[in-house]
Write a protein that binds this ligand. Structure first.
Ligand code: PEP
Length: 249
């Protein structure tokens, strides 16, 4: 049985005070027994948010991680630093990183490996652009993005990871994939991985991301191969983030 995971991606939003207030409001909205909830916070606010969420069910995540272990890589943040800052998760390969900052499949794979080496669970983001979908390339794009990681880390490494299927055309656009569109790709991903390792595929959490909100979360999260959500815009308000979280349970 896969546990549901609802993860916020705050992106480059908020001040220190706003981040602290948001984290506190999420913690305050939790009920006994809640689990499977996480927030990916800007690097500079990780320690502020850590002091609010530690000893609560809210796990801490980063939005990226360096593809190198340490050394002369100005501006980068290593997996060891994330671990040291209390991170359980790190996003790798978010479409905004791939498209604005040139994160290639190979560099995403290297980031994935660095995170895992330090015991930080990588959340591998994959998904097609609108153009790729219209050209019938949805599955091949997902294959290519997953294959780069499997080649670098091995299929067994996916056992300690999370995949987020995020159709690029649905991120921050207000256009959500329908329940059926999302389920179709999630099932494809799981089936594809099952050809390589059945157990890994069955236990892997595959999150959906792309304009998820309280109004559409229930249908998406009810799909058999959707194990949670990676949420951008709607994670910036505790009410909507917790609203999505509650729709999962
Ligand atoms: C995201 O950035 O991962 C995301 C899914 O954003 P949004 O929910 O705003 O579409």
């Amino acid at each position: 049985m896969r546990q549901t995971l609802i993860m916020g991606n705050w992106k480059m939003n908020g001040s220190r005070a706003e981040s602290q207030a948001l984290a506190q409001a999420i913690v305050d909205g939790l009920e006994p027994g809640d689990q499977g909830i996480a927030v990916c916070v800007p690097f500079v606010y990780l320690s502020d948010v850590r002091s609010i969420v530690e000893s609560t069910p809210v796990a801490l995540g980063a939005q990226n991680v360096a593809d190198q272990e340490k050394g002369a890589y100005t501006g980068e943040v290593s997996a060891a630093m994330l671990k040291d800052s209390g991170c359980s998760y790190a996003l790798v390969g978010h479409s905004e990183r791939r498209s604005y900052y040139g994160d290639s499949d190979q560099s995403v794979a290297a980031r994935f490996c660095q995170a895992q080496k330090e015991g930080v669970t990588p959340v591998l983001c994959i998904g097609e652009t609108l153009e790729e979908r219209e050209q019938g390339q949805t599955f091949s794009v997902c294959d290519r993005q997953m294959e780069a990681v499997i080649e670098a880390a091995g299929i067994e490494a996916l056992a300690n990871s999370v995949i987020a299927y995020e159709p690029v055309w649905a991120i921050g656009t207000g256009k959500t994939a329908t329940d059926e569109q999302a389920q179709e790709v999630h099932k494809y991903i799981r089936d594809r991985l099952a050809e390589k390792n059945q157990e890994v595929a069955e236990n892997l959490q595959i999150l959906y991301g792309g304009s998820m909100k309280p109004e559409n979360a229930k249908g998406l999260l009810a799909q058999p191969d959707i194990d949670g959500g990676l949420i951008g815009g709607a994670s910036l308000k505790a009410e909507s983030f917790l609203g999505i979280y509650r729709s999962a349970s």
